[in-house]
Design a protein around this ligand. Sequence first.
Ligand code: N2P
Length: 360
Amino acid sequence: MKAWLVATLTLVAPVAIAQKQVNVYNWSDYITEDALRSFTQETGIKVVYDVYDNNEVLSAKLLAGRSGYDLVFPSARPFAARHVASGLYLPLDKSKLPNWKNLYPDVLKGLASIDPGNAHLMPYMWGTTGIGYNVDKVAQVMGKDFKVDSWKVLFDPATAKKLSSCGIALLDDEVEGLGAALIYLGKAPKSGNVADLTAVTNLYQPIRPSIRYFSSSRYIDDLANGDICIAMGYSGDVLQARDRAAEAENGVNIAYAIPKEGAIRWVDSAAIPKDAKNVAEAHAFLDYLMRPAVIASITNYVTYANGNQAATASVDPDIRNDPGIYPPPAVAAKLIDDTLPSNAEQRPRVRAWTKIKTGR
Ligand code: N2P
């Protein structure tokens, strides 16, 4: 190495080490670049931001330990609930979180059932899991009077076979994949009953060849580009696909439907792993995320409702009035809050989901 380069490195290195940082691990397509940039500009804390699209991937890293993350975003049930019960998170220091007062008391009450005293989990966004579709392609394949209003659109083998010509994608998500099928069959979405799960496996078996892939993130761009025409998807992700298509002015029309049989409503939370190295910085970032203007601008972009009551006035009226984001009472009545299967229920669920995904 040249002498001048060694000298430069020696001079530069201490400065780089001194910069404060926070290592964040969040779902993909779940924040704005702007929010990250403004946080660093204001605090001098660098955000090292990494993404996942699957709770199991996050869980595996947390259970293995030394994930290197200071802040993670597990779905409340069953994941964050199990993590809290296993002692994987640090208690939040509320004295460092003055914006905690902005959160919805009802959302906090819901989380308190899995996190007593709301000691570890901050509510981030909430949404539903339903069906995203390309309005024109589905009309082309199924006829213009065909309605996407039921899980039958995915689970009826004849319909799935027809729609496979323009592309069907499903979430790589056991809670949602089994949950949707169980709701369609009139069962509890958290069921671990072997007979129920056999019925679910039998429901998937004839449609399996019609499914192009299982992924919990790829469908956003594929819907937006017209590469698939229907997907089981998270509400905000489908609406992001709608917005991306509109922005690209590519003539693709995307809509989101909450099936009439009902759907799962979930909440995602934020928590600090117990071996986090940058705990003060994690609190600073959490508090920043609870500022009404910050979280409202994220909601306006990611099209998910947040858990912050004080932010509601700053949410765009278009978003506030979008029934796919804030379901009206008649639809909300059909939503089933995510629940927590016991360990005994979990084992047959994992077996059934693996069988469905591998198609064997
Ligand atoms: C963000 C998906 C978050 C929803 N892309 C999963 N609960």
